[in-house]
Design a protein around this ligand. Structure first.
Ligand code: ATP
Length: 137
């Protein structure tokens, strides 16, 4: 598949970086398929990150992801999942390469500005979590 799913996380929205980040997506050749500003309840954030339920940082992650508005988006480009993960950089901004979105805009390991799907299968699941069929064209 040539699509991935992303969220601009509450830290980046709060810090005023959402516009620059969306601009960067477009400049890097990603077409915006679907895009919305929304806010996750704690319940919905817990559901989205259910795969991390047993991890020690799960509670912190759920609190953070439901702490403020986020942008959710489906993006399209050849080799989207891998290309997008390269664009955002390592999970921990301290380890992220120069010029990557996390290097530029992330606050910390937990508050790391953006999410990017880790597989084509999860990109579809995550996109469907936020967007109806009518919103994905
Ligand atoms: P994402 O799924 O958000 O794109 P990722 O795939 O790079 O991130 P994961 O290991 O799947 O990283 O972790 C999911 C998210 O959980 C991270 O983006 C980060 O916000 C948070 N997280 C991961 N490890 C920690 C940690 N040790 N302490 C606090 N938060 C963490």
């Amino acid at each position: 598949s040539n699509r991935t799913f992303t969220m601009i996380k509450p830290d980046a929205v709060k810090n005023g970086h959402a516009g620059a980040i969306i601009d960067r997506f477009i400049k890097e050749g990603f077409r915006i398929v679907s895009l919305k500003l929304t806010k996750l309840s704690a319940e919905k954030a817990g559901e989205f990150y259910a795969v991390h339920k047993e991890r020690p940082f799960y509670g912190e992650l759920v609190d953070f992801m439901s702490s403020g508005p986020i942008y959710a988006a489906i993006l399209e480009k050849e080799n989207a999942v891998a290309g997008f993960r390269e664009l955002i950089g390592a999970t921990n901004p301290a380890q992220a390469a120069e010029g990557t979105i996390r290097k530029l805009y992330a606050t910390s390991l937990g508050e790391n500005a953006v999410h990017g799907s880790d597989s084509d299968e999860n990109a579809k699941i995550e996109g469907d979590f936020f967007f109806s069929g009518l919103e994905q064209f």
